[in-house]
Design a protein around this ligand. Structure first.
Ligand SMILES: C[S@@+](CC[C@H](N)C(=O)[O-])C[C@H]1O[C@@H](n2cnc3c(N)ncnc32)[C@H](O)[C@@H]1O
Length: 227
């Protein structure tokens, strides 16, 4: 298959390649990190119920995880239409029965455009909150508070600052490159921004795992006091 570089994707730091006559996008970074993210996901998260992925991008992560989580029904999606086409193609290619058609949730929209009754055992977001304005993080937590089941968990993956400090020179450089591309993007501070935002929405940290390349997995659960 001939690989064709797509240079117009405004939201991914690396070019994504797609094969001709095949809508699936292939992200080099996903090929590198999908196994370690899946391993930690399978260890930390509930293994049955409904899982909602926000900002699926190419869709490679959700399909990769779903293939080893057969008792979870997966709802991936993205506000970006090209990404949804890629996810649809990945779903068809996988032939898995636990992957639902893509949603188009933009977390900054009130109520996410889905029924108020719909709740999820897992909400997952990989590499979104730093590659979007901060209002996306706010919208994510607002929606999670509304949509997570009582025992449900939120799973975030990406780079984070700690108490105003970057954790590596590569994260400093990445943060600068994000802010050059869009001044409203940037690596978020776990202690000063994200934990306070979670608290405001009655969520607390469940687990933190260090991941390769100075990334973290951070999971949240509902604050017991608020239940
Ligand atoms: C860097 S990509 C990450 C894609 C995928 N999760 C991954 O790790 O390869 C960021 C994604 O966030 C999505 N996004 C940006 N703002 C969003 C919002 N307000 N609501 C939902 N998704 C958003 C973009 O469309 C894009 O697909």
């Amino acid at each position: 298959l001939k690989k064709v570089p797509i240079l117009s994707n405004p939201t991914n730091s690396e070019s994504i390649h797609v094969a001709e006559n095949d809508a699936r996008k292939f992200s080099p970074s996903v090929q590198r990190n999908r196994d370690v993210i899946r391993d930690v996901f399978l260890e930390l998260m509930p293994n049955k119920g409904h899982a909602l992925e926000i900002a699926s991008g190419s869709g490679e992560h959700v399909v990769h995880i779903a293939s080893k989580a057969p008792n979870l029904i997966w709802h991936g999606g993205d506000p970006d239409q090209d990404s949804r086409h890629s996810l649809t193609a990945w779903i068809e290619h996988s032939q898995l029965s636990n992957l639902m058609p893509p949603h188009d949730i933009d977390v900054t929209n009130d109520h996410w455009g889905i029924s108020e009754e719909r709740h999820y055992d897992i909400i997952l977001s990989i590499n979104m909150i730093h590659i979007a304005p901060f209002k996306a993080a706010t919208g994510l937590f607002t929606g999670v508070k509304r949509r997570l089941t009582k025992e449900g968990k939120l799973f975030l993956y990406g780079p984070f600052m700690h108490n105003g400090e970057h954790t590596s020179p590569s994260n400093i450089a990445f943060d600068q490159s994000l802010r050059t591309r869009n001044p409203m993007w940037g690596v978020r501070d776990l202690d000063l921004e994200i934990i306070p935002l979670a608290k405001k929405h009655d969520l607390q940290i469940d687990q933190i795992r260090k991941m390769p390349a100075n990334n973290l997995v951070v999971t949240f659960k509902r604050d017991r006091v608020a239940l």
